[in-house]
Design a protein around this ligand. Structure first.
Ligand code: FRU
Length: 502
């Protein structure tokens, strides 16, 4: 009896020692436990679905299952029970979901289209990965596993992205042979029978694993009238632009069978985001036609330290959903991203600062920095650097800097919080032409994540930071010389969970 009581006392003491951290308010994280990649992004009947790699039993990677959340505005999420659990032999790895509008699969019921998930079944005993199909007839709440639909007898063959290709009237799957750094395209009339169509890669950035491919079409801003191109996205588990996990893209054409990059695409990797915490990015299927936009979301993490980030009781976070744009400039095709416009509905009363002269004496920005949305127009003037600092009560700082001397914008988290991993403390840079002495920044901060959008989202830097505690306050200063700033800063008002209708 005494030993039982002692055991209970120890348990509660250790539980009390591990304090829950302040959660980001506008970024999805499960209530507890581990998450990695976003999965099964699909819109159906007023709801945006976000499934995610989830460990129901702990806050490190393992027991991979599909967690589930829904939202009506891409900002406020309601977490639902696990959608696709692991089975004794097969973990449910990453994949995608579609609405099978024509019931090509035959899994529909009562005249309603089924929701179909195609994901990787990972069998650790057999050391094999193959693609599985599961379906739902109740808005993604419960799922029936139909079973394996594509098996090429390979250990590292995963992350199917499936979509309907209207021109060829077929389903298309892009999936990776991870270790070969190769994507494969398959096609199907019914989501159950898949035929090999083509290979893509190796190309661009290489690493140990290619993971989580995506493929979609976008209109080209600044292109020929009516021009559209296809974007192939390949995530890389390591060797990304910031040293660890990262996402790269290719622009080209897709004929229903083969993806071909535009002629002058070149060999150098082009990165989607220049921070360390933007991985496994994937876009939504089936957004209503009248929205006419492509929206994607990433896991705000990096495999180098993902299992050790100091958060409790959940570990892992998604970025804000972002709208993706394709622009044609003097430098060729370029992706751009903006936070989805829905986030602006959560803005409180703005603080405006007009034509403020910046010097080495820090200028405070008078809003709550912990949940803030800053829109900044900078004239870099004679400044050698302009630094926005987000400072906590312990003196830890995360910096967003503009450096006209070397044409770059950066995030510096070398002193952003207590040390927990050697590869975390670093500076992440994107090259921005500052010769005209002008730059615009949109900076979104949410407790432990910064997302920086430079020049209308032409460049982005996404980084987490884990401050020491207390309030977070913004200030801005120059190093050497002066600069001029116009700024609008909004506090972001807390997103509260709303129950989805129906
Ligand atoms: C990417 C990834 C995927 C895999 C999943 C497993 O982060 O490694 O390739 O399907 O995570 O959780």
């Amino acid at each position: 009896m005494a030993s039982i009581l002692l055991g209970v006392a120890c348990l509660s003491a250790s539980a009390a020692a591990q304090q829950a951290d302040v959660r980001p308010a506008f970024h999805f994280a499960p209530a507890r436990n581990w998450t990695n990649d976003p999965n099964g992004l699909v819109y159906y009947d007023g709801e945006y679905h976000l499934f995610f790699q989830y460990n129901p039993y702990g806050d490190r990677w393992g027991h991979m299952s599909w967690g589930h959340a829904v939202s009506r505005d891409l900002v406020t999420w309601q977490e639902l029970p696990v959608a696709i659990p692991e089975t004794p032999d097969v973990m449910a790895f990453s994949g995608s979901a579609v609405v099978d509008w024509t019931n090509s699969s035959g899994f529909g019921r009562d005249g309603h289209p089924p929701m179909i998930a195609i994901y990787t079944g990972h069998n650790p005993k057999a050391q094999r990965q193959s693609q599985y199909l599961a379906y739902s007839n109740d808005h993604g709440r419960t799922w029936t596993v139909h079973g394996e639909v594509l098996n090429i007898n390979m250990a590292e063959f995963r992350d199917p992205k499936v979509f309907w290709h209207a021109a060829s009237k077929r389903w298309v799957m892009v999936v990776v042979k991870a270790l070969e750094n190769q994507a494969q395209i398959y096609t199907s009339p019914d989501l159950k029978h898949w035929t090999f169509a083509s290979d893509f890669g190796p190309a661009g950035g290489r690493g140990k694993n290619w993971e989580c491919p995506d493929l979609f079409e976008l209109s080209v801003e600044g292109g020929a009238p009516g021009e559209k191109r296809w974007v192939m996205v390949i995530n890389l588990g390591d060797n990304g632009v910031a040293g660890g996990s990262g996402a790269q893209y290719f622009v080209g054409d897709f004929d229903g069978t083969r993806f071909t990059p535009v002629a002058d695409w070149g060999k150098a990797p082009r990165w989607v985001d220049h921070g360390a915490d933007f991985y496994a990015v994937a876009s939504w299927n089936d957004l209503p036609r009248q929205q006419d936009r492509r929206v994607w979301i990433a896991w705000a993490n990096d495999w180098r330290y993902a299992n050790t980030i100091p958060t409790y009781p959940s570990r892992g976070l998604m970025t804000l959903p972002r709208q993706v744009f394709l622009r044609k400039t003097d430098q060729g095709y370029q992706l751009a991203q903006q936070p989805v416009e829905e986030i602006t509905r959560y803005r409180g009363a703005p603080t405006r600062m007009k034509a403020v002269s910046l010097s080495s004496n820090p200028t405070p920005i008078a809003i709550d920095g912990a949940r803030s949305d800053l829109q900044v127009d900078l004239e870099t003037g004679s400044a050698q650097q302009i630094i926005f600092a987000l400072t906590d009560d312990k003196g830890y700082q995360t910096l967003v800097g503009v450096n006209p001397q070397v044409d770059e914008v950066f995030v510096d988290r070398t002193r952003s919080g207590p040390h927990f991993n050697d590869s975390f403390e670093d500076r992440h840079v994107t090259a921005v032409d500052l010769k005209h002495h002008k730059v615009t920044l949109r900076i979104l901060a949410d407790q432990s994540i910064l997302e920086v959008f430079v020049n209308d989202g032409t460049h982005t830097i996404s980084d987490r930071f884990f401050p020491g505690g207390g309030n977070l306050r913004w200030s801005v200063a120059t190093q050497g010389g002066t600069a001029t700033m116009n700024l609008t800063a909004w506090p972001l008002l807390t997103a509260t969970a709303k129950a989805p209708a129906g």
